[in-house]
Every structure is written in structure tokens, then in C-alpha cells.
Ligand binder design. Structure first.
Ligand SMILES: [Zn+2]
Length: 182
């Protein structure tokens, strides 16, 4: 092959490869140098499949695996499991608690919505807050079959894994949960 033909071939081959390489990275906006998400904060639109974010990646592996299984089945009905909050660093949890105390006016009222870093199931990666309404209504109907359970009546978005596939009776809010008083 003449040299210029070889060059031409290479240019065509590389151009063909370039978009594929970009497409591979597109769904994961977060990179190891992106510190915005290091404490578990998540951007609008993150889903249970977005491993690039610590808030998703640091969830308990069984919970994450089960969420993805359910999300794959729900996708067949056009439902997407967005993650509003998953794993959180203790610092982020404390920040949220301080915000809640400010919003609700007292520690007692804030405790109905946000736990301390020591007690929150989010800090250990065992809880996920899902959106949007179609995902939470899909899960309220089908979640128990996967062991994905709503735990608190006042938080229809908060799910935890109960692998025994029997969702326990819901607490009205976290203040009734014995784990919050240990
Ligand atoms: Zn939660």
C-alpha cells in the first residue's frame, strides 16, 4: 500500500474509533478528580447505575445489586430509578442534620426526618432515597418481591434491603425506629 494510502486509512480508522471512546464515558460525569461528589452529594439525574459517584458506588453491594435488578425490570415499563441520596459521609450527614434543625425549628422535629451521623443508615450505605414518583410507586407495588422495603411511612422515598423478602411493618417516622435510639 502506498504511504499516503496507509495514512488515509489510519485517519479514517481513528475517526471511527473516537466517538465510541467518548460515548463510553458520557454517562459518568464524575471523575476521580471531581471532589464535588466526594461526600455523597449527587447531581440531579443520577441513577442507580451511575458508579462514577461515591453516593451510588459506596452503597452496600447487595443493596446496589438488588436496586439495579429492580431498576432493570422497571425500565421495561419506562420507569427510571433516580437517586436523590444514597451513601453519605458522616460530615454530609451532620450538615443535613444541622440544616434540618434550622428548617424544622428543633432537634426533636428534625429527628423525624434526619438521623445523626452515628445512626443514619445512609452513612453505612444501607439506605437510599429514590425519586421520582413513578419509581417510588413502582417500588411500593413491586419492591417487597426484591426485598426492597419502605421503612418509614413519612418517607416514601427511603428504601432499605430486607433480604428475607418480607417487608416489616412501617414505622410512622424514624423516631419510632429502635435503631435511632441505640
Ligand atoms: Zn433516607
Amino acid at each position: 500500500m502506498p504511504r499516503n494510502r496507509i495514512l488515509q486509512f489510519l485517519v479514517v480508522a481513528l475517526t471511527a474509533l473516537a466517538p465510541a471512546a467518548c460515548a463510553d464515558q458520557a454517562p459518568f460525569a464524575a471523575t476521580p478528580v471531581d471532589h464535588r461528589w466526594a461526600d455523597g452529594a449527587l447531581p440531579e439525574g443520577a441513577t442507580v447505575f451511575d458508579d462514577g459517584y461515591p453516593g451510588v458506588r459506596n452503597l452496600d453491594p447487595d443493596l446496589l445489586h438488588t436496586l439495579r435488578e429492580a431498576a432493570t425490570d422497571a425500565a421495561a415499563e419506562g420507569v427510571v430509578f433516580y437517586v436523590n441520596s444514597g451513601w453519605r459521609s458522616p460530615e454530609r450527614q451532620n450538615l443535613l442534620l444541622r440544616d434540618a434543625v434550622r428548617t424544622y425549628g428543633s432537634k426533636e422535629e428534625a429527628a423525624r426526618w434526619v438521623a445523626t451521623a452515628k445512626r443514619s443508615r445512609h452513612v453505612v450505605g444501607d439506605a437510599v432515597d429514590l425519586g421520582r414518583t413513578d419509581a417510588t410507586s413502582w417500588l411500593s407495588e413491586h419492591g417487597a418481591a426484591y426485598g426492597l422495603c419502605q421503612i418509614y411511612r413519612n418517607e416514601p422515598w427511603h428504601y432499605e434491603l430486607r433480604p428475607e423478602n418480607a417487608c416489616p411493618a412501617m414505622y410512622d417516622d424514624p423516631t419510632q425506629d429502635p435503631r435511632m435510639h441505640q
